[in-house]
Design a protein around this ligand. Structure first.
Ligand code: NI
Length: 263
């Protein structure tokens, strides 16, 4: 089995052929974490996970989808479902949200979700995207400051994943120190920007993901992504770390089971 730790099979991009797409994932031995991005996609994700073995759901609010109303109790109640294994995606996105006022709001919401995660003992799926293709590093500075005040450096196990990691080596080290894993997807197959980070960090802190329907890996770039393609990310990591594909798949699958408490 291979684990896609971050995908959105509940999204409308699959409305016409969801069953076929899920069949291809099953045939490829893919286990899935179906990630919510607002109340509606969180609810749909739970329903889909209830109907499918080998799929679990998360409830979250993507920083770009923040609106005025935030119903913390609605999220809290969804967390009671046995198929819900994490809170996310939540975090900060300065790329699509450049307005300082809205960024301040993102931080406030982010802190509320951290509170909820700590209260319910659920891992966090974090989304951080910098303002200009990672050049300023401000989003990671802000994120680490917030996380550092809540988690401190600890050895008490894993507390989440920085999904679609796009920071530098220093950022990577800080997330690891705080007890987070790093998630990598198809971006690795079309840029070398994160190769050194992948080479440096231990395999037991790496999660595979597709972020499907987005971010298709080579050789599917430009087309709709799907969970069955997660093996392309595993192949790239095996190449960068000079490990066998089997070892990368086995270890990253175990990492997911441990983080999401599936064993
Ligand atoms: Ni996503």
């Amino acid at each position: 089995m291979i684990f896609d730790s971050h995908c959105h099979p509940q999204m409308e991009q699959y409305d016409k052929d969801r069953e076929e797409m899920l069949k291809r994932a099953r045939e490829a031995g893919v286990l899935m974490i179906c990630v919510g991005t607002d109340l509606e996609t969180s609810k749909k994700g739970i329903e889909l996970a209830q109907k499918n073995d080998g799929m679990w759901a998360t409830v979250g609010l993507h920083p770009n989808d923040i609106t005025d109303g935030f119903d913390v109790m609605a999220y809290h109640n969804m967390l009671l479902d046995s198929k819900v294994v994490a809170i996310g995606e939540v975090g900060l996105d300065y790329y699509r949200t450049p307005e300082p006022g809205k960024q301040k709001k993102q931080k406030e919401f982010f802190e509320q979700f951290i509170d909820l995660a700590q209260k319910t003992k659920k891992p966090l799926i974090l989304h951080f995207r910098d303002s200009s293709k990672g050049s300023s590093g401000r989003v990671h500075k802000d994120a680490i400051k917030i996380l550092d005040s809540r988690f401190k450096i600890q050895n008490s196990g894993l507390c989440g994943v920085a999904h679609s990691f796009t920071g530098n080596m220093d950022d990577a080290k800080k997330y690891l120190d705080l007890g987070f894993c790093l998630g990598f997807n198809g971006i690795l197959t079309f840029t070398k920007q994160y190769d050194d980070v992948v080479k440096y960090i231990p395999l037991d802190r790496i999660l595979l993901e597709t972020d499907a329907p987005f971010l298709s890996p080579e050789p599917y770039r430009g087309k709709r992504n799907e969970p069955a393609y997660v093996v392309e990310v595993a192949k790239k990591i095996a190449e960068l770390k000079n490990e066998s594909l089997e070892k990368v798949i086995e270890q990253t699958t175990n990492n997911c089971k441990k983080l999401f408490k599936l064993v």
